[in-house]
Design a protein around this ligand. Structure first.
Ligand SMILES: C[S@@+](CC[C@H](N)C(=O)[O-])C[C@H]1O[C@@H](n2cnc3c(N)ncnc32)[C@H](O)[C@@H]1O
Length: 208
């Protein structure tokens, strides 16, 4: 197992040790849209799913409650994975916790569904984007679903002290390249716990 880039690991460990999980800007009480879109893909309960940069999201808990039995949760922050591991307790037997930087992740298998809410937009330089895309290609197969949510064209340019990229659906499709076909996209205004409005782009791609 490779160790996450120390500066990003330290940054995100710091975020999770200093802020309550329901006070971070991306907090959502229930990941309703993700659950709805995952269900709409029709992936089987035993299919391999990965939540990349899943943080403290309760998506994993909700998927377990819906009968999913092969879930991986990858995050650069060991702190947050420890927190989620404690929360899941014995339900962890259905979940692989992977403490890695996605940009240097070498998946040992492919996933039927790759979920990313608010992580890809932190890849603001070419090496970061390239590393992410290599992991994405290695971790998916033809027919895999990609549910990717980033800041929209009018979304924030920074989050948690880091610069962020903004995408419309065409720009995201271009960034992902020809291996992924855009099936659906939607813009949404997310309200942070502090009351600020953030534009998000939600997309569903399939791997060609
Ligand atoms: C904005 S939060 C989103 C968390 C979660 N997806 C959600 O919607 O609640 C970004 C998450 O991505 C993780 N992260 C940031 N950069 C990463 C990287 N290069 N590799 C893996 N995880 C990363 C952070 O630790 C954090 O948990």
């Amino acid at each position: 197992m490779t160790t996450p880039e120390p500066q990003f690991r330290a940054h995100w460990d710091g975020v999770y040790s200093q802020r309550a999980i329901d006070k971070v800007s991306w907090f959502e009480a229930t990941p309703a849209r993700s659950l709805e879109w995952i269900a709409a893909t029709g992936v089987a309960p035993e299919a391999a799913l990965i939540d990349v940069g899943g943080g403290a999201s309760t998506l994993v808990d909700e998927l377990l409650a819906r009968g999913h039995t092969d879930i991986s949760l990858l995050d650069v922050s060991g702190e947050v994975l420890e927190l989620v591991g404690k929360r899941l307790a014995e339900r962890c037997r259905f979940v692989e916790l992977i403490a890695q930087d996605v940009t240097t992740f070498h998946p040992s298998r492919t996933y039927a569904l790759w979920h990313d809410r608010a992580v890809f937009h932190f890849m603001t330089d070419e090496p970061g984007r390239r590393g992410y895309l290599e992991a994405l290609l290695a971790g998916t197969h033809p027919g895999s679903h990609l549910l990717l949510s980033t800041f929209g064209p009018e979304g924030p340019t920074r989050c948690s002290g880091l610069p962020t990229a903004r995408y419309d659906a065409d720009a995201l499709a271009t960034a992902l390249g020809r291996s992924f076909r855009l099936m659906r996209s939607e813009l949404e205004i997310h309200t942070t716990p502090g009351g600020a409005a953030q534009q998000f782009l939600h997309t569903h791609f399939t791997r060609e």
